[in-house]
Design a protein around this ligand. Structure first.
Ligand code: ADP
Length: 402
């Protein structure tokens, strides 16, 4: 196959993020973002990485996703990389929810679109936006293979014992209630990159991956396959996040409804948007929280401690799930950058095997690296995630086989 370029699209309800990659060497040719689609002040930011030119920004009305994608194509065309280029071999779409159906990246056809649509009730915010992005791209290049890469796919290997909630089976099945997990593309990429860092095949290592961004999730990966993850039916379950509570007693919801007289929508907003770090201390950016802690702010310190306590509980749980652990890998905005979070999360776990070397932990780098002392029985790694590269790699691998 001569064409080697893959466009990766991540379509939100009012935004589109994109990257164009050349899969001959996995290099990035361009990257950008369209925001505030549908408003008067939509913004397009385009970085022409292939030419090394300066980022170009444009503000003005972009009515819908169709107009957004056309604007992106125009920007790409300025460097000879437009959507009409014969070098473009496929478009890879990030799709948040693939349910139980989609265990692998999938070439999109009408049946696939219908199934993604059928999953809207379990992903009401994300799947409609992803579908809009796919339909728009298909209309622009109907001849081009388009591939859906699902956030849930990596977690479909979880055994039933981890994937099911202990609630009435008939009710759960009728409403497709189970633990799906998210951030799967990142967990897949990072667990494999961690194995590589250890000089081993993914099949030969057990890894605990801690994806700590604004959203955060942990996963237990045995021999390259996910056996448990902290997010569930939705991304609300699990770790303390920027604005999400993570685990709470479900009875908190009944209590807020019955006693607090809050509506279901208000509780949804409370737990998803006004909880986690922002609910605990008013800030969801770990940099700001660290700055406040350095100034002696007790509220910020408590928020940090609650965040770390939950993280430790999941590390402990995944030790028990995996039996033996070769490495703990930190990734995403907080995991890649916040040395104090990494140090605190692993502190006191030395008898289990992992340890963090202070000097190595303080090093700033974009490269995957070990931050544990050479003699640590369990390695601790920092592995920058790259979901776009993973989507492009999976897309290219799939269309190359066809
Ligand atoms: P998402 O993709 O979920 O929006 P990211 O993975 O980009 O999130 O992570 C964003 C978060 O990373 C920010 O909210 C901030 O808390 C954290 N972060 C980014 N840079 C740093 C840094 N240098 N130190 C500490 N935290 C950081």
């Amino acid at each position: 196959m001569s064409a080697t370029r893959v466009l990766v699209l991540n379509s939100g309800s009012s935004s589109v993020k994109y990257q164009l990659l050349d899969m001959r060497d996995s290099s990035r040719l361009a990257a950008g973002l369209v925001e505030r689609i549908g408003e008067q002040s939509s913004r397009l930011k385009h970085t022409p990485l292939a030419t090394g030119g300066d980022p170009r920004e444009w503000t003005g009305p972009i009515a819908d996703h169709d107009a957004a994608l056309k604007a992106v194509s125009e920007e790409l065309s300025k460097d000879g990389l437009g959507l009409d280029s014969p070098e473009l071999v496929a478009i890879g779409h990030r799709v948040v929810h693939g349910g139980k159906t989609f265990t692998e990246p999938t070439v999109i056809d009408e049946t696939v679109l219908a199934e993604i649509e059928r999953l809207i009730p379990v992903a009401p915010l994300h799947n409609p936006a992803n579908l809009t992005g796919i339909r728009t791209a298909r209309a622009l290049r109907p001849d081009l293979p388009q591939v859906a890469v699902f956030d849930t796919a990596f977690h479909t290997t979880m055994p039933e014992s981890a994937a099911r909630y202990a609630i009435d089976v008939a009710t759960a099945d009728a409403h497709r209630i189970r633990r799906y997990g998210f951030h799967g593309t990142s967990h897949a990429y990072v667990s494999r990159a961690t194995a590589k860092l250890l000089g081993k095949a993914p099949e030969d290592v057990n890894v605990i991956v801690l994806h700590l961004g604004n959203g955060a999730s942990a996963s237990a990966v045995r021999g390259g396959r996910c056996v448990d993850t902290s997010m569930g039916l939705t991304p609300l379950e699990g770790l303390v996040m920027g604005t999400r509570s993570g685990d709470t007693d479900p009875a908190v919801i009944f209590h807020l409804a019955r006693v607090g007289k809050m509506s279901i929508d208000e509780i949804d907003t409370l737990l998803n948007k006004k909880s986690g770090l922002v609910g605990l201390c008013g800030d969801n950016d770990m940099r700001e929280i660290q700055r406040r802690i350095d100034e002696g702010d007790e509220q910020a310190e408590l928020a940090f401690d609650i965040y770390i306590h939950r993280l430790k509980k999941y590390i402990g749980a995944y030790y028990a799930v995996l039996g033996t652990v070769d490495a703990i890998a930190f990734t995403a905005g907080v995991g890649e950058n916040a040395a104090p979070v990494r140090e605190a999360a692993v502190a006191g776990l030395e008898t289990l095997g992992p340890a963090v070397d202070r000097e190595l932990n303080a090093v700033r780098s974009d490269e995957p690296r070990l931050i544990s002392p050479a003699d640590a029985r369990v390695k601790v790694a920092v592995v920058p995630t790259d979901e776009e590269l993973e989507i492009a790699t999976q897309t290219y691998a799939l269309v190359s086989r066809h």
